[in-house]
Design a protein around this ligand. Structure first.
Ligand code: MF3
Ligand code: CO
Length: 255
């Protein structure tokens, strides 16, 4: 079901998104060589609660099967694409890249956001991957407007990423968001303009390109959560929660 939010609900999501962006900024800053991804998770949970939100991912039950998600953020390092559970044993080191994905529930509404950053100094191909993924998100967001279609977003992202010599993950997609983290419609990072679901004023969507240096294929690891690239190539992920407006878009996950 696609839900349309009224201006009061958008205002709540704007506030929740501000909390989320504030927290993610601090967690990204804390991602230095020597810190464990579990420490980043605990920091995120503490900050989210301090600011009056709840971690939206904690206890998230996938529609299909398995255990609920046991942490407040996902910390996907290098060839890990998304949904990696933080661990005290995963110590970040110089040259790693990490995608940090977090969700906040505030007054009953969710927002979802991710950023990928390098740890210490990183060489130019990794930096290019990060910059291309970031720009892909921004190009996707710029397509958002009432009357456009989800395929307009996906096509813009895919075209740019492939021009840059990388590939988009097609097995996973962005999504509508509201009272639940995942709602209709699907927001693919690929496709054709003028196809898919028509965007309407008041829809709120999470756009989240996942970009691989190598092939686009990914697989689920044995823990049932972590997604990794099939060919072990590096992957980056950026995500924002965006409201569809008559004139265009409003990014809700910003400070
Ligand atoms: N941003 C992630 C996504 O849209 C949120 C995952 S919720 C989790 O897939 F519980 F699986 F972490
Ligand atoms: Co998401």
């Amino acid at each position: 079901m696609i839900t349309i939010k009224n201006s009061r609900e958008i205002e709540i999501m704007r506030e929740g998104g501000r909390i989320l962006a504030t927290v993610l900024k601090k967690v990204v800053k804390a991602a230095k060589p020597g810190i464990s991804t579990k420490e980043l998770d605990l920091l995120a949970e503490k900050l989210i609660r301090q600011l009056g939100g709840e971690p939206a991912f904690l206890g998230y039950q996938s529609h299909f099967e398995g255990d609920p998600y046991p942490a407040s953020i996902c910390t996907s390092v290098n060839e890990e694409v998304v949904h990696t559970i933080p661990s005290a044993n995963r110590i970040l080191k110089k040259g790693d890249i990490i995608g940090i994905d977090a969700g906040v529930r505030y007054k009953g509404f969710c927002t979802d956001m991710a950023r990928t950053v390098g740890i210490g100094g990183i060489y130019s191909e990794k930096e290019k991957l990060i910059q291309v993924t970031k720009k892909a998100l921004s190009l996707g967001i710029k397509k958002v407007k009432a009357g456009r279609h989800t395929g307009d977003i996906g096509a813009a992202i895919q075209k740019y990423v492939e021009q840059q010599g990388f590939s988009v993950v097609t097995q996973l997609v962005g999504h509508g968001i509201g009272k639940n983290v995942h709602e209709e419609p699907r927001i693919p990072n690929f496709g054709e303009p003028h196809t898919g679901t028509e965007l309407k004023e008041g829809m709120t969507i999470a756009i989240e390109p996942m970009v691989n240096i190598g092939g686009s294929e990914v697989k689920t690891a044995s823990d049932g959560w972590k997604i990794v690239t099939n060919d072990n190539s590096l992957s980056a992920h950026f995500e924002d929660t965006v409201a569809v407006t008559k004139k265009g878009f409003e990014i809700l996950t910003q400070v």
